[in-house]
Design a protein around this ligand. Structure first.
Ligand SMILES: Nc1ncnc2c1ncn2[C@@H]1O[C@H](COP(=O)(O)OP(=O)(O)O)[C@@H](O)[C@H]1O
Ligand SMILES: N[C@@H](CC(=O)OP(=O)(O)O)C(=O)O
Length: 450
C-alpha cells in the first residue's frame, strides 16, 4: 500500500504510561502509520523468561509481583482502566498458571506461550492509551497473521502463509481505514501453538508485516535518535548516521549494535523497504534512514560491540595435512544449531567465537555439555570465556592502506585474543577481554571517528 507505514515501538518506549503516551502521540501525528507493532514493556520479557525456566514458589511469587507491578503502574495512570484492567488480570492469571506448570516441567513450547503474554499486555493497554487521546484503534492478535514453523524460541516465519493471513486479516481492516495495534516477537505454528521469533524479535515482526502489506517504510521507534557511530551508552559523543545502507546496518546488527535486530533487514532488503530508526521520546531530533543504496559510503562507518563471547580452540594433530577435520567440527556445530561468527585456523588448530547464549527466547547457553563431549571425541577442546568482540564496520576496508597499523597501534596496550580480518571487506573484528571492551571501543572511536 503506497502510503502505509508500519511503526514498531520497543520495550523502553512502552515501559510506562508517560512513554506510552509519547508513542501514542507519534502515531496520532502520522496519518500514514496504520499498523503499530509493540514489544512488551521493558523488563517484562526477562521476568517471564525467568518464570518459564521454572522456579520455586517464593521466587515465583516475587517475579509475578514484579510483572504485575509494571502493568499496575501503567493502569493506575489511565483515566478509565475498567475493561482493560480485567483483560490484564486475566493475562496475569494465565501467567501464574503457566509459571506453575513450568516449575514442574519446562518446555520450549510452554516458554513461548508464557513469554508471549508480555506483548499481549502492552498492546491491550496501548489501545486504551490511544482511546484516552481520542484515537480509535483495533487490537489484533498477531498470531492470526504471523505464521511460523515450530522451532520454539527462534521460530522461522512462513512467508507465504503470513502473506495469506495478512490479506485476510489485516488488509480489510486497513482498507476500512482502521488503525491496527498488534504484538511483535510472537507468531503461531501450524498446530496453533504460540511461537516466538527470538529475543529482540519485534523489529523482525514489524519488517515482516511491512513486507506483506507492501508498506512504504518501517519506522523503528526506540530510545535513541537513530543509529550512531557506536553505542551512545559507551561513547556519549558518538555521531548519528543520517543515512546508511542495508548492508552496513546488517553488519552492525550482526556484530551487536542492539538498536536493530539483524533479521529485521531480511524482509526490508528483499522487498527494498526503507527502515527508519528514531527516538520515541524525542522524535523531533530526527533519526537514521537505512536504505538500499545511500551515498556516501565512508571507509569507517561504525564500531559495534558484542559482549559475552566464548572462544573455542579446537586442536588435533590429526589436522596436520589431513582432510575432513573442519568438516567434522562444523557438522557437530550444525547438529547443535550453532552458527559460528568468527574463525581463524592454523595448521593444527582452529579457533572460533560463539555467543554465551544464542538469541533464542529461552536464553539457554549455547555451549552445552553434549556439544563439548562430541567435540572432545575428535579433538582437544579449550574454552575461554569473559570475552567481547569489537567490530569495526566500514566499506572496502581492504583497499585502505595502513588500517591494521592504525587499529592495532591504537589498542596496543590491550591484550587481543583473536583477530578476524580479510574474509569480509566490511568488517575487522578483534576479540578482547570483557573488562577492556568499553575502553577498546572508546579508543578506536576516538582514533577513527572523532
Ligand atoms: N550503534 C548504535 N546506535 C544506536 N544505539 C545503539 C548502538 N549500538 C547499541 N545501541 C543501543 O541500542 C539501544 C536500543 O536498543 P533496544 O534497547 O533493544 O531498544 P528497544 O527497547 O527500543 O527495542 C540503545 O539504547 C543503545 O544503547
Ligand atoms: N519483548 C521481546 C521482543 C523485543 O523485540 O523487545 P525489544 O523491542 O524491547 O528489544 C524481547 O524482549 O526480546
Amino acid at each position: 500500500m503506497a502510503n502505509l507505514s508500519v511503526a514498531k515501538f520497543g520495550g523502553t518506549s512502552v515501559a510506562n504510561y508517560a512513554a506510552m503516551t509519547a508513542c501514542a502521540k507519534i502515531v496520532i501525528a502520522d496519518p500514514n502509520t496504520r499498523v503499530v507493532v509493540l514489544s512488551a514493556s521493558a523488563g517484562v520479557t526477562n521476568l517471564l523468561v525467568a518464570l518459564a525456566n521454572g522456579c520455586e514458589a517464593t521466587q515465583r511469587a516475587k517475579l509475578l509481583a514484579e510483572v504485575r507491578q509494571i502493568q499496575e503502574n501503567i493502569l493506575n495512570e489511565l483515566k478509565d482502566a475498567g475493561t482493560v484492567r480485567l483483560e490484564i488480570e486475566e493475562l496475569l492469571t494465565n501467567i501464574e498458571y503457566l509459571a506453575e506448570a513450568a516449575s514442574l516441567a519446562t518446555s520450549s513450547a510452554l516458554t513461548d506461550e508464557l513469554i508471549s503474554h508480555g506483548e499481549m499486555m502492552s498492546t491491550k493497554i496501548f489501545v486504551q492509551v490511544l482511546r484516552e487521546l481520542n484515537a480509535q484503534a483495533t487490537w489484533v492478535d498477531v498470531r492470526t497473521v504471523v505464521a511460523t514453523n515450530s522451532n520454539f524460541g527462534k521460530a522461522a516465519p512462513d512467508d507465504e502463509q503470513t502473506q495469506k493471513n495478512s490479506d485476510n486479516v489485516l488488509k480489510p481492516l486497513i482498507d476500512r481505514g482502521e488503525l491496527v495495534i498488534t504484538q511483535g516477537f510472537i507468531g503461531r505454528d501450524p498446530n496453533g501453538k504460540t511461537t516466538t521469533l527470538g529475543r529482540g524479535g519485534s523489529d523482525y515482526s514489524a519488517a515482516l508485516i511491512a513486507e506483506v502489506l507492501n508498506a512504504k517504510d518501517v519506522l523503528i521507534w526506540t530510545d535513541v535518535a537513530g543509529i550512531y557511530s557506536t553505542d551512545p551508552r559507551i561513547v556519549p559523543n558518538a555521531q548519528r548516521i543520517d543515512t546508511m545502507s542495508f548492508a552496513e546496518a546488517a553488519e552492525m546488527a550482526t556484530f551487536g549494535a542492539k538498536v536493530l535486530h539483524p533479521a529485521t533487514l531480511l524482509p526490508a532488503v528483499r522487498s527494498n523497504i526503507p527502515v527508519y530508526v528514531g527516538s520515541s521520546k524525542a522524535p523531533e531530533q530526527g533519526g537514521t534512514w537505512v536504505t538500499r543504496d545511500p551515498q556516501p559510503r565512508p571507509t569507517f562507518r561504525a564500531i559495534a560491540l558484542r559482549r559475552d563471547q566464548t572462544l573455542l580452540t579446537l586442536s588435533s594433530l590429526n589436522m596436520l595435512h589431513a582432510q575432513g577435520f573442519l568438516a567434522n567440527v562444523f557438522n557437530i556445530l550444525a547438529k547443535h544449531k550453532i552458527s559460528v561468527d568468527t574463525i581463524t585456523t592454523s595448521e593444527v588448530s582452529v579457533a572460533l567465537t560463539l555467543d554465551k547464549t544464542g538469541s533464542a527466547s529461552s536464553g539457554a547457553e549455547l555451549l552445552s555439555s553434549d556439544l563439548l563431549n562430541e567435540l572432545s571425541e575428535v579433538c582437544t577442546v579449550k574454552v575461554d570465556t569473559g570475552l567481547a568482540l569489537v567490530a569495526l564496520i566500514g566499506n572496502d576496508l581492504h583497499l585502505s592502506a595502513g588500517i591494521a597499523k592504525r587499529i592495532f597501534g591504537t589498542i596496543e596496550e590491550y591484550n587481543i585474543r583473536m583477530i578476524s580480518y580479510g574474509a569480509s571487506t566490511n568488517n575487522i573484528c578483534t576479540l578482547v577481554h570483557s573488562a577492556h571492551a568499553d575502553d577498546v571501543v572508546r579508543a578506536l572511536h576516538k582514533e577513527l571517528f572523532e
